[in-house]
Design a binder for this molecule. Structure first.
Ligand code: CP
Length: 308
């Protein structure tokens, strides 16, 4: 594997291999001062972010450092992109400085695949438009696998703004490849036009959807993109599609709750549900556990692509 631009078409064995590798890193990361072999010493990884990020960017940086690699941080606002430099020229110039890999976040779907044709170095997609966010899905799947012991046969509902979500697409591909059943639950205006070809069940009733599911991946309502009449109001969206205590009490079973972040508190998820840590048997939130797992998963991806 040289690049990771999406989970569509990635064989189950490759996904499982990455998760197993991450498992080894995770075990060490729980110790106060984990020490790892510097598998990526003298490697330089360019973190090229054309969109904002907290979790993805920092966890790639920490993951790279744990493995002994150096990172170069790029953000479009502080770069020559603001003078009109193109994505292609940006990548070519960074490659000329001898970087070994690009971690790219970009607003355009397909941007990561596009730069694989520009550079001979490894490319990792850190989120491109509404296309894919493969490392987020890998860390979600890793979190589910650790909790449930496996993915095959698991019922996962992806809940919320699916239309604008790259996380949803990567999770659909990755989870289905490993044998999970995936459903989407959202207002009909937020169902992607190709949903019928994705092999997922469709729900518009959140109560029925969470009653069916073992786990829910709640998505951020992308407020910056939902101004075009997709929802009547935030209050109505929250009332019909928000995950809250009342709904979790009603289903009377354990539902594992994930969210890739950032969260809109009291819109798609209530404060209580987002911060909920319950004993086994009750629904519980994995939000911060997902973030912790993201470091191990990104270490695994960097090692798999770069260590030789
Ligand atoms: N989940 C996620 O991609 O978060 P950031 O936008 O903070 O990286």
């Amino acid at each position: 594997m040289k690049n990771l631009t999406g989970l569509c078409g990635i064989p189950a064995g490759d996904i499982t291999g990455l998760l197993d590798l991450a498992e080894g890193f995770k075990e060490k990361l729980v110790t106060p001062e984990p020490v790892f072999p510097p598998l990526l010493q003298n490697r330089r990884i360019a973190l090229v972010f054309f969109e904002n990020s907290t979790r993805t960017r920092f966890s790639f940086e920490i993951a790279a450092r744990h493995l002994g690699a150096g990172t170069l941080s790029f953000s479009s606002s502080g770069s020559s992109v603001s003078k009109g430099e193109t994505l292609s020229d940006t990548i070519r110039n960074l490659e000329a400085m001898k970087v070994d890999a690009f971690v790219l976040r970009h607003a355009s779907s397909g941007a990561a695949d596009f730069i694989t044709g520009i550079t001979r170095k490894s490319v990792i997609n850190a989120g491109d438009g509404a296309h894919e966010h493969p490392t987020q899905a890998l860390l979600d799947i890793f979190t589910l696998r650790r909790h449930f012991g496996g993915i095959s046969g698991l019922k996962v509902v992806i809940l919320g703004d699916v239309l604008h979500s790259r996380v949803a697409r990567s999770n659909i591909f990755g989870l289905q490849t490993l044998g999970a059943r995936v459903a989407l639950c959202c207002p009909s205006t937020l169902i992607p036009s190709d949903a019928g070809s994705l092999g997922v069940d469709l729900h518009t009733d959140i109560d029925r959807a969470i009653e069916w599911a073992d786990a829910a991946i709640v998505l951020r309502l992308q407020l910056e993109r939902t101004t075009g009449g997709y929802i009547p109001s935030l209050e109505e969206y929250s009332a019909h599609f928000g995950l809250n205590d009342e709904r979790l009490e009603k289903i009377r079973k354990h539902l594992l709750v994930l969210h890739p972040g950032p969260i809109n508190r009291e819109i798609e998820i209530s404060n209580n549900v987002a911060d909920r840590i319950q004993p086994p048997g009750y629904s519980s939130s994995m939000l911060l556990e997902q973030v912790t797992n993201g470091v191990a998963v990104r270490m695994a991806v960097l090692q798999a692509l770069l260590a030789s």
